[in-house]
Design a protein around this ligand. Structure first.
Ligand SMILES: O=C(O)CCC(=O)C(=O)O
Ligand SMILES: [Fe+2]
Length: 316
């Protein structure tokens, strides 16, 4: 049996299949005609129907339900002093210990982005999640409130580890005042279905050092969203990056008006729905922004839904 499967699926093909299985539905399809005739809207409605008919995977827990309700209402929830002092200093130790290994995505861009990925690739997810940031995983991702909120809100079971990263962004003195070259400063949404991300501030963050911004309520499904999706999917500039162009139509100023900086002291945790409109703020100082970030996008992959079966296939 094993021999037949190996024969039918040579390893190069297996890698491609695995890659597909571990990816989640893309944000916007780039076919013009498809978008013009409203294909993207049909896709969005299909995601919505799937969501509404999906059964909850975890039982309601009154202890954390207010967090879920906050997410449902605003699309974002913010918790100050998330870890105890001892736990937080352990995370900081880990961060600084790994710092030398951080790599800059581009040293010519501003702000400079330095990142350290912990178990990023899909194949890594498949069988081994060799996390170096064990402290981060233990204190952040394996914690009951986060696990509960993610599973209850998305109606998905967490079968795969989320992608996690330690990151730092900062402006050099000479680059201050120049417009950020990173796309994340443009208002955008990541995907047209509910998908959660976690941001954890490791230092104090405000409007001066790139605070995350979120448009409250923009994750909600409705006719405004459908119109936005129609505009965005037909906007050539938005093909790869679902940027929200308010100039298209003043109707969408609603989203801009609800955009707020999420400022917070070190040890502030943010959970947000990446279906909502968000951006990174600008920097007006050389003060860096240091974060840990996790994405639960993989919950929408086949690999998460049929993880047992797929793990066996990957490990052939
Ligand atoms: O870095 C930020 O504040 C925003 C990043 C972002 O857009 C994202 O993680 O989806
Ligand atoms: Fe984003």
């Amino acid at each position: 049996m094993l021999g037949i499967i190996k024969f039918l699926f040579p390893s190069s093909l297996r890698v491609r299949i695995v890659d597909y299985l571990y990816s989640s539905p893309m944000c916007i399809k780039s076919n013009r005609l498809f978008n013009l005739v409203g294909g993207n809207i049909v896709r969005l409605l299909w995601f919505r129907i799937q969501f509404l008919f999906r059964a909850h995977k975890v039982k309601r827990d009154v202890k954390y339900e207010s967090l879920v309700n906050c997410l449902r209402r605003d699309g974002i929830v913010r918790i100050e002093n998330f870890l105890s002092d001892e736990e937080f200093s352990e995370v900081l130790n880990e961060y600084h210990g790994l710092y030398e290994e951080f790599h800059a995505t581009s040293a010519f861009e501003f702000p400079i982005q330095k990142r350290f990925f912990l178990g990023k690739s899909r194949l890594e997810h498949a069988d081994k999640f060799r996390v170096k940031g064990l402290v981060l995983k233990k204190f952040l991702l394996d914690r009951a409130p986060i696990k509960y909120v993610v599973q209850r809100y998305t109606r998905r079971k967490i079968n795969l580890s989320p992608s996690i990263v330690y990151g730092e962004e900062f402006y050099k003195q000479d680059d201050l005042g120049k417009k950020s070259q990173n796309k994340t400063v443009m208002p955008h949404y990541d995907v047209p279905y509910h998908s959660l991300k976690v941001f954890f501030y490791l230092n104090d963050v405000d409007e001066k050092n790139g605070a995350f911004h979120y448009s409250y309520g923009s994750h909600r499904f409705g006719w405004r969203r459908l119109l936005l999706e129609y505009f965005t999917s037909n906007n050539i500039a938005a093909k790869r990056y679902p940027q929200v162009n308010y100039e298209n139509c003043s109707f969408f100023n609603y989203y801009e008006n609800n955009m707020k900086p999420i400022v917070g002291k070190a040890n502030t945790l943010i959970i947000f729905d990446a279906m909502g409109i968000h951006k990174r703020g600008e920097f007006s100082t050389t003060q860096p922004r240091q974060t840990a970030q996790a994405s639960y996008r993989m919950l929408d992959s086949w690999a998460n839904s049929c993880s047992g079966l797929i793990k066996r296939f990957v490990n052939l």
